[in-house]
Structures are given as C-alpha cells and as structure tokens.
Design a protein around this ligand. Structure first.
Ligand code: DGT
Ligand code: CA
Ligand code: CA
Ligand code: ZN
Length: 577
C-alpha cells in the first residue's frame, strides 16, 4: 500500500531534518503526518485517483504535504526527500534505520563521537564508549549492539505480505504488454513463507520475448536493473525487493512452476522419488527416456510421478511427499472456513475506528461473530482501558447486540488482557467473569529467563477465565526475537486447561509460526486465528494467517474460529476442568 511508503518518506524527512537541527515545528509536522498516514484506513492512491480533494482534508496534511503526496503517488518519491538524501551521510541513515535508535541518539552520537556509520557505531559500543554520553547507559549500549546483530541477520528478507502486494503490482504491469499470455509468481512467495528473499515471476508468450523484457526493465517503481537478457532479467524495486523474471515455453509452464516454486529441498526429494521410477524431472517436464510425459500443468507433473497435487504451502520436504504417497495430506484450511475474528481493537485503545464502525464492517463482511478486545489498563502507551471505561464499552456492546439480535451475529465482550510479570492478569476475576472471550498477552518484561516466562504464561493458561493466549512467542519479524519460552510445556498446558493458542495475523507477528502450529496440532491443541486488527482494512490480514496455518498443516477442525456461532457459544460456556 502506498500509504506506508508515503509515511516512511515523511518519517525519514523529519528524522533527517531533526539531525540537521532544523526548526522543531517543521520536524514535528513531518513526523505527525507520517504517523497519521500510517494509521489511515483507506489507500491514498485510490483516494487520490477518485478525488484529490479527499487527501487535502486529512488532518495534518496542508498544501505542501499535499503536493509531496501527489509527487510520491506519481513518481514514487519526492524531490525534497531526494535532495535531503543526496546531501546526507548514508551511514547516518543506516544508523537511523536501526531499531531503538531515533534521530536524537544519532545526532548525539554523531556530534560527540563523530561516528558516521554502523561499523564505527558497533566498535564504539563494543569498547563501551557510548555509555558515557548524556542520557545513555550500559543498557542502551547493549540494546544498540543487539539491534546491529539483528539487522545483520534480517536485512535481506522482506515480509511476505509486502512482497505479495509488490508482486501483484509488478504482474499487473507485465500483463499490460500485448505479447504476454500467462504471468504468475512462484518461489517462496507462492509457498507463503513468512519472509521472502526475492520474488520469482514466470511469463509465457506466443510471440517475441525481448519486448516483454524491455517492458519489464522499464517498471516505473524501480531502483536498479541487475540483469537484462532476452529470457531472464532482474530488477530491484524501490522497496528494496529483488524481482527475477523468466520467460517459459507455454508447453512447460506447469513443470517450470513446480521447479521454480520449490522449495529446493522439496524439488530434490521429488527428483529422487521420480528417479526410482525411472523418470527424470526438471523445469521442462517429467521424462521417460526422451519422451516428455507431463509439463503443461503442475497437476500433470504430480500425476506423472504418481502423486496427488501438493499445495505450495506444504512443499518443504518435511513429510508432505510421504503423506501424499499414503493419501494422508491434510485437508488444508481455507479463508472461507473462518467465521469470525476474536482479537480486534477500536479507537477506545490504540485502534483507529469507533466500535460501531468495526462491528458494522465485520457484520457486512459476513462474519458470525467478533470479539472486541481493546488493551487493558497496564498498557499505558496503547491507551489501555481501566475498569470504568471497559464497563462503559460493554454497555455499548449490549446495545449493539440488541440491534443484531435476530441476525446470527454476535459481538463478544473482551479485552486484550496483559499477562503481568508474575503471571497474574491485569483485571480481577470479577471483571474477567463479565467477558465472553479475550486474548491474554505478554506485552512487557520480555527478557525473563525461559523458566520464568514459561511459568508466567502457564499460570495465565490455568486462570479459569482464559481461553486464548495472544501472540504466544512475542516475536516481531525482523525486529524482535521471540522471548525465551518452553513452547512444548505451553502447548501441553493449553491442552490440559482447554485454552487455545493464537495465530496472530499481523504481518510482523505471524505468531505462532508454522513449525509450532504443526507441533500444536500433532499434540492436539486448538488454535485460534485472529487479525489483532487496528483498523477495518486489516481484516484482510486473515488471509496471511490462513497461509501460515496451511504451512503448519492445519485443517478446519483445528481452528476455534471456524466454529459456527452456536457451537462457539457452547464452547465458551463450558467451564474449565
Ligand atoms: P527466497 O527467494 O530465498 O525466499 O527462496 P526461494 O525458494 O524463492 O528461492 P530462489 O528465489 O533462490 O529460487 C526459486 C526456486 O527455484 C526455489 O524455491 C527452487 C528453485 N531452485 C533454485 N535453485 C535451485 C537448485 O539449485 N536446485 C533445485 N532443485 N531447485 C532450485
Ligand atoms: Ca525467491
Ligand atoms: Ca530468485
Ligand atoms: Zn497484542
């Protein structure tokens, strides 16, 4: 979505101006605009295309910012940003992009120690030179060392949802060319891996290939051309993601899709299996001697080697081929199986829309139920609700439920209740007993020992009112490692105390991961797939959760919120044993 890009550019402009000691009001206006645009529900590009005035009326957007937004929509960047970047030390910009370091610290470190890049920063931190600066200490120094290590490990890979959006745009651009007959993405993106190294796109044509490649390397939102050949080219998008495009013969499209979807480990296992049957598999087809038995569709390819179709999400060579042989592939969950969302925020805490709007939207989208789960009182930064505000919200929910009474739609009362450091919950049992269902989540003290964190979460699981544990490992992809946790013990406790574990659909969370989902399923735990939505457009994140669930071998029956309303109410009324 263009909003994030515009917000990032404004944020960076504000950051650079701040380091350059510009007028604080000017700095603030960019930071504020970045924040507002980041939280907007609607896509600015489509708003602009229907009526540019719609953008003019956004809070915090004046005439100057409007023309910059216009420029970014049309060209992918704006001249002020480009000018600032051209005269700004690139090493300082890298420092700015580290987690936990804002413009104030970059300025402080630069002014006092003359440090201009991450390498020098890392050296100084290791030598203990940063802790002496005003407002810093050993802790900050350690945090900086850690975020440099994280950055090194993660800087290469993009979030799957972001790559998916980018791939769709590139493909619709490629499809504009008249020579193109088929165009699809393969690779890790098609396998729905949570992060993507690069986007692999395959294209077929009935006529010349070179004009397609020439068209491709003229993609407007591009930073760099890495390779430009008649049948294979690579570019780097503005977002930093690499895209490889290959031209494929129409007759071998299926074999090529299978080959380039991978994973590599799956491909190798498939080739070995075929070899035992005297067959050879490559990106052109399945061969017996020189005869090509199958290549047109992926289904044909699987059939020729004696297997049913294996969905891309399962192609990891961790048992899918054996399961396929025995007819034991999972009947993978689908988006349409989901009947409601049990973790949603409104503007009462840190969401951006009022209760009534969230409810109406979910009802109209065809859900049978939702749970309103604003943050609890200890989450100060997220504007958590105290008992009084919470009970007022419940009165509103009662009123709304009356309106929907005859409509097979129910709003559940909840809260995203913090699990405090000793494992107790942020509300008393008296308040919890008024809730229908709520995620209990860890939002603080992430650096406990594995033993203490496991104890903390299991204590919450044992609470008779708890039926869901929100984002159980707390990881933020590319930003924060999961906290230390004995996940096996947590799964066992969840089963014993009839609590579900969440698969949180936020693109940076996707927590639990596919590996743990599969383990939970094997052991018999139930999963709940929630968007943790902060505005209605994030309802679409449910799809990302479904992709990950499919990678984790989940079926409809493994997931709580595939239950129709009546059955779910029965589940909720069951007291814990
Ligand atoms: P990524 O981009 O790191 O997220 O992961 P992939 O899986 O998209 O990997 P990529 O882009 O290097 O290659 C795309 C697919 O092409 C890969 O999933 C399987 C296939 N492939 C690439 N190299 C080989 C290879 O050496 N042998 C086999 N059998 N397949 C390969
Ligand atoms: Ca790839
Ligand atoms: Ca690739
Ligand atoms: Zn949360």
């Amino acid at each position: 979505m263009i909003n994030n890009k515009i917000a990032d550019i404004f944020q960076e402009i504000g950051d650079i101006l701040e380091i350059q000691n510009e007028n604080p009001f000017r700095v603030r206006s960019y930071h504020r605009a970045a924040q507002i645009i980041h939280n907007l529900a609607g896509d600015l590009k489509s708003a602009y295309e229907t009526d540019p005035k719609k953008i003019m009326v956004i809070r915090g957007v004046g005439k100057d910012l409007f023309s910059m937004i216009e420029e970014i929509i049309k060209t992918g960047d704006c001249s002020l940003h480009k000018d600032l970047l051209a005269h700004f030390h690139p090493g300082l910009l890298d420092m700015l992009h580290l987690r936990g370091i804002g413009p104030k610290k970059v300025k402080l470190i630069y002014m006092n120690l003359g440090i201009k890049d991450i390498k020098a920063l890392e050296e100084s931190a290791n030598e203990g030179k940063l802790r002496s600066l005003p407002g810093m200490g050993e802790k900050t120094e350690q945090a900086i060392i850690k975020s440099i290590a994280d950055m090194k490990r993660y800087s290469q890979r993009s979030l799957m949802p972001l790559a998916l959006d980018e791939a769709k745009l590139v493909i619709s651009y490629i499809n504009e060319h008249k020579n193109v007959s088929k165009c699809e993405y393969a690779g890790s993106l098609r396998r729905r891996k949570e992060t993507i190294g690069d986007i692999d796109i395959l294209v077929t044509t009935k006529s010349a290939t070179k004009p397609i490649m020439d068209h491709f390397i003229n993609y407007p939102h591009m930073d760099e051309i890495l390779a430009h050949g008649p049948t294979k080219s690579s570019i780097v998008l503005n977002s930093g993601i690499q895209v490889d495009l290959r031209v494929i013969e129409e007759e071998s499209f299926g074999a090529a899709m299978h080959y380039f979807t991978g994973s590599k480990a799956h491909n190798i296992a498939i080739r070995d299996r075929a070899k035992k049957k005297g067959l050879k598999v490559n990106e052109y087809g399945v061969f017996k001697g020189r005869k090509n038995l199958a290549s047109k569709t992926e289904e044909d390819v699987f059939k020729a080697i004696g297997l049913p179709f294996i969905i891309p999400e399962l192609r990891k060579n961790d048992g899918e081929i054996e399961a396929a042989e025995k007819g034991k592939l999972p009947k993978s969950i689908e988006l349409k199986d989901i009947k409601g969302d049990l973790h949603m925020h409104t503007n009462a805490s840190d969401g951006s829309e009022p209760l009534g709007k969230v409810v109406k939207y979910c009802y109209e989208a065809g859900y049978e139920y939702i749970a309103i789960t604003d943050h609890s009182k200890s989450s100060h930064i997220a504007n958590g609700l105290d008992e009084k505000r919470l009970l007022n919200q419940y009165k509103e929910i009662d009123k709304l439920n009356k309106l929907y009474k005859d409509k097979n739609f129910k709003i559940f009362k909840g809260s995203e209740v913090d699990i405090l450091s000793d494992g107790s919950l942020d509300f008393s049992d008296e308040i919890l007993s008024q809730m229908d269902i709520f995620p209990a989540s860890v939002h603080s003290k992430f650096s406990m020992s594995e033993k203490d964190m496991t104890k903390r979460i299991i204590k919450a699981i044992k609470n008779p009112y708890v039926k869901m544990i929100g984002h159980p490992t707390g990881r933020l992809i590319n930003r924060r490692e999961p906290y230390k946790l004995n996940i096996e013990a947590v799964i066992d406790a969840a089963i014993e105390y009839n609590t579900t574990l969440e698969l949180n659909c936020q693109p940076t969370r996707l927590d639990l991961t596919d590996k743990y989902l599969r383990r939970a399923k094997e052991k018999g735990a139930k999963i709940v797939i929630n968007t943790d939505s902060h505005h209605t457009s994030q309802r679409a994140y449910m799809q990302y959760g479904i992709y990950i669930a499919r990678r984790g071998w989940l079926e409809k029956g493994d997931v709580l919120n595939t239950m129709p309303l009546g059955k779910l109410i029965k589940f909720l009324n069951k007291t814990k044993s």
